[in-house]
Design a protein around this ligand. Structure first.
Ligand code: SF4
Length: 338
């Protein structure tokens, strides 16, 4: 790959990158089909598995795919203090969709000016493509047993993105190119999962995953409420359990330093207005989910923590909150504390 393109990608703020021709990632097909057959797809995911494996279904003119990774590893958190909820490491700082989107814009400008690109499509988490399959196929990283992609030397503490480009670019695989299997012979991540959502290497039942549950609409099923512990948003347990992740390099990007995380005061969150919530959480990846979902989670955590000091606010919430979802969660918490 031209040194100047590598330089441009690094300067745009990407820690690792790979370049491959645009085409179907056939090896992903049986994996996706099996997940579909076993009903392991969340409702919002595209069902047409063949469509998901070929970037040209998103941009028919695509000739090249650049896969990219940005580390967000700020370091491990302390345990959450009483009356606080824990936020997953990826969500402590600014919203990565925006941060990566702006960086990709810089790359697109470079490709237009220097490589004659006319059409480029950004893919960060929100398209039907399987970003992890693209990352692995291109050699950017390898898949861990915990379903995350590992990008040396940053572990799985990375945001992934891809850029589809309508010109041919020289192919490039990083020196420590990935393979299609986890190199560590252990099942620590599977053993650590509190809900058995992760039930075999590379296999997950999303409906049981605490990360999914903290983001879902509606009431969190009773069987998972205790297992939520103090998790307000996301769950890092299967990533933290991994020996490779303990050695991972720290991030150079200040955008991912804590804005609200790693711990959020729950009583303040419960009493916050829509405006106060937007001010606190709006810049982060949690902002899009809205106040009621976070307040629902806050109630359940307070019920789990057993701190009686939370009772007055919970009782008030159970009676007066505008959302039936939050009222129900608060009433459940009051029951746990009484
Ligand atoms: Fe299990 Fe948590 Fe990993 Fe989900 S994120 S699979 S709940 S350990």
């Amino acid at each position: 790959m031209g040194k100047e393109l590598q330089q441009a990608l690094w300067e745009a703020g990407f820690d690792a990158f790979a370049v491959m021709p645009a085409g179907p990632v056939e090896r992903m097909l049986p994996v996706l089909q099996q997940a579909l057959d076993e009903d392991r797809y969340p409702a919002f995911v595209e069902r047409d598995v063949r469509r998901r494996i070929d970037p040209r279904n998103l941009q028919p003119s695509a000739k090249t795919v650049i896969t990219l990774a940005v580390s967000y590893n700020i370091g491990p958190p302390q345990a959450a203090p009483p009356l606080h909820g824990a936020v997953s490491r990826y969500a402590w700082g600014l919203d990565y969709h925006r941060v990566l989107g702006e960086r990709l814009d810089r790359v697109i400008s470079h490709l237009r000016e220097n490589w004659g690109a006319r059409e480029c499509t950004k893919a960060v988490d929100t398209t039907f493509l399987v970003d992890r399959a693209l990352a692995v196929e291109s050699g950017l990283g390898f898949p861990g047993s915990n379903c995350s992609v590992y990008v040396p030397p940053y572990g799985s503490w990375v945001f992934l993105g891809a850029l589809l480009v309508d010109v041919e670019l020289p192919q490039f695989r990083p020196e420590k190119a990935g393979s299609w299997s986890c190199p560590v012979e252990c099942d620590l991540c599977i053993k650590a999962c509190p809900t058995q959502a992760l039930f075999a290497p590379g296999k997950i039942q999303p409906g049981r995953c605490l990360s999914y549950l903290t983001q879902m609409s509606g009431a969190i099923p009773a069987e998972y409420r205790r297992k939520l512990g103090c998790r307000l948003w996301g769950c890092d347990i299967c990533q933290q359990a991994c020996p490779l992740n303990k050695e991972a390099a720290l991030t150079r990007h200040r955008e991912f330093a804590p804005v609200v995380g790693p711990h959020v005061p729950l009583l303040t969150l419960l009493e916050s207005s829509k405006g106060e919530f937007a001010e606190m959480f709006g810049p982060t990846p949690m902002g899009w989910r809205g106040k009621n979902i976070l307040q629902r989670n806050a109630c359940l955590i307070l019920g789990n923590q057993g701190e009686k000091a939370a009772l007055p606010v919970l009782e008030k919430t159970a009676q007066e909150h505008a959302s039936p979802l939050v009222r129900e969660a608060a009433a459940w918490a009051v029951e746990q504390l009484s």
